[in-house]
Design a binder for this molecule. Structure first.
Ligand code: G6P
Length: 593
């Protein structure tokens, strides 16, 4: 899964413009990158292994008005310079980059090899290039050739293609594609997300699935329907996000900046349109079944939202992980409702389930942070987190804002919208106060120092804190590359207790709720066997070996408890010297299955 970017305009530094675009897209993959541009009537490629951030701004690039670019998260073919995109046609008349996976590429490649086509890389993307070359022999133009080859591809594939004559083509199937336009300068941008071109444009077009874009040399945009080849009408939307929001604002890392932006993100939830929340809460009450689906961090946000809907809304809600919802496919019916929390709104595992469910008439609600996303467009009840860009690959403020939204929706179902808002207002203040208290950071930093010496870290919680410790586990794994294991406190005695011994550290999150005593029992069982406890709780107790204070925010306590866990992961990563904003091997937005 990767990011693609393209530029066509009057400025002659297209190479630098697309490199700048890639810098904003590298959360989508940072194994390698490449750019391709037209200069003096020939196509030039520059590609490297490593992060785009490693290239200097002053690097010489020949003048060009048109360029495409790609940042890679390797799926097919090792991380090498040769496998980096773009890939070029045999006759050097076009270049192409892909975001996606051609699932049947081996079969297609074998067919092309029989026709004497040869390959330089190991990628499925080069197979697309050769397919287009082959199709151009029988099809009259690029639109026809692209339509033709898409009928052969299996998978979710979005491509961008640059011709030697300066025309750009792009096609969307699954992975995202948006167009940005500066109506004054007539510059046109193509990208995997809106954020990457936000500083340069005032209008945008969201390309739909099964559409092909052609940007000709007069900078005119035409969009075609991939199925019938006819021209599709498109809507120019205003581009509202501005780039000034995307910098570290004096913080050392985006992660800590974004944790500090949590109160603001929750405020945006409080400011959501009340009528829309009421409308969704009525739909939830009348649905036959309610499912909440997300992947990774959003999967744990889903579980927490489901918890709130069960607890306050009295609705029998099931939460599912995007990659493992298959067994529900036959159960979905047209009176069901699915909620999808997602930062990007483009996660392939989730979209696949939503597409299937939508065909069965299931209604969809989503809470997404990235404007113009696929999930928003698929939704009957679309909500925007409006939390501002989240750049760190590890999600923090968006997770917190999603569960705050779930809490408010659940309180609305309960008929207590106003109380929900009030509690979230108090929570905002509590989190802000917590974050500015230097002593909290000092305590957490000291504990981080102890924790980084461990190879295995356990997290225990229960009831309202179960998904919180699961998300704490995700943060620790992503930030430290260490093994962390979260489990319900009561389940400890059934298996994980065999691992409790001297030298083991267990993080336990305790709220003052009906399960508090169960947690105390688990602590005693752990300590009896020589392991030690790091407690995140409202009051210190003699049975805690280490103590991280949290403020009691009552009903919203679980939401505030994620903050010390996020900080713990952050300070551990600092002490380990890890790449905090871009942990190894993961990407922020996973648009492949
Ligand atoms: C990736 C990211 C996670 C994120 C998940 C779902 O795995 O690394 O942080 O939670 O995708 O992304 P979404 O955009 O749907 O929230």
């Amino acid at each position: 899964m990767c990011g693609i970017f393209g530029y066509k305009g009057l400025k002659n530094n297209a190479g630098h413009i697309v490199i700048e675009g890639l810098r904003r897209l590298d959360y989508r993959g940072y194994d390698s990158w490449g750019i391709g541009f037209v200069s003096k009537n020939s196509l030039i490629i520059k590609k490297e292994v490593g992060k785009i951030g490693d290239i200097s701004n002053s690097q010489y690039l020949p003048n060009s008005h048109t360029a495409i670019a790609h940042t890679r998260w390797a799926t097919t073919g090792a991380v090498t310079r040769i496998n980096a995109h773009p890939h070029i046609s045999t006759d050097k008349t076009f270049l192409l980059a892909q975001n996606g996976i051609v699932e049947n590429y081996q079969e297609l490649k074998a067919g092309l090899e029989k026709k004497a086509y040869s390959f330089i890389s190991e990628t499925d993307t080069e197979v697309i290039v050769r397919l287009i070359e082959d199709a151009l022999k029988t099809q009259k133009n690029y639109i026809k050739a692209i339509r033709f080859i898409y009928s052969k591809l299996i998978g979710r594939n979005t491509i961008i293609l640059l011709r030697k004559n300066g025309e750009i083509y792009a096609a969307r199937n699954g992975s995202p594609l948006v167009i940005g336009i500066n109506t004054k300068t007539k510059e046109i941008f193509l990208s995997s997300d809106t954020l990457s071109f936000s500083p340069y444009v005032n209008k945008m077009i969201v390309v739909e699935n099964n559409q092909i874009v052609r940007i000709c040399n007069k900078n005119k945009i035409k969009i075609f329907n991939m199925k019938n080849g006819k021209i599709s009408q498109y809507k120019l939307e205003d581009m509202t996000i501005k780039v000034s929001q995307v910098n570290k604002a004096g913080y050392r890392h985006y992660m800590i900046k974004e944790i500090n932006e949590t109160p603001q993100a929750i405020k945006q939830i409080i400011n959501q349109d009340k009528n829309k929340i009421i409308e969704l809460s009525s739909a939830l009450k009348s649905a036959d079944h309610v499912y909440i689906i997300g992947s990774g961090t959003a999967g744990f946000a889903s579980a927490q939202i489901a918890f709130y809907l069960r607890l306050f809304g009295n609705i029998n809600v099931i939460s599912l992980v995007g990659a493992d919802a298959r067994s529900y496919y036959d159960i979905f019916n047209h009176n069901d409702l699915i909620i999808a929390p997602s930062q990007s709104g483009e996660t392939a595992d989730v979209i696949e389930v939503l597409e299937f469910a939508k065909k069965k008439g299931v209604k969809i609600a989503s809470i997404v942070n990235m404007p113009g996303s696929m999930m928003t467009r698929m939704s009957d009840y679309p909500f925007m987190s409006s939390a501002g860009p989240e750049i760190c690959v590890m999600s923090t403020k968006i997770f917190t804002s999603q569960i705050a939204w779930g809490y408010l929706v659940a309180k609305t179902v309960q008929g207590r919208y106003k109380k929900g808002v009030k509690n979230l207002e108090k929570l905002t203040i509590a989190i802000r106060t917590y974050l500015i208290n230097k002593n909290n950071h000092k305590i957490i930093k000291n504990i981080a120092k102890t924790l980084i010496r461990k190879s295995h870290i356990f997290l225990l919680g229960k009831y309202q804190n179960l998904s919180i410790i699961n998300e704490g586990m995700v943060k620790i794994i992503e930030a430290t590359y260490k093994h962390a294991h979260a489990l319900p406190a009561g389940d400890l005695k059934h298996y994980a207790i065999t691992l409790m011994e001297k030298g083991i550290l267990v993080i336990i999150v305790i709220s003052d709720d009906i399960v508090k005593n169960d947690l105390i029992t688990a602590i005693n069982e752990i300590r009896l066997r020589g392991a030690e406890i790091i407690a995140i709780a409202h009051k210190n107790q003699s049975i805690f070996d280490y103590y991280i204070p949290t403020k009691d925010t009552k009903e919203t306590d679980a939401i505030s408890n994620i903050i010390p866990l996020q900080l713990l992961a952050y300070y551990m990563a600092i002490k380990l010297g890890n790449n905090i904003d871009k942990p190894r091997n993961i990407a922020k937005s996973v648009t492949v299955k």
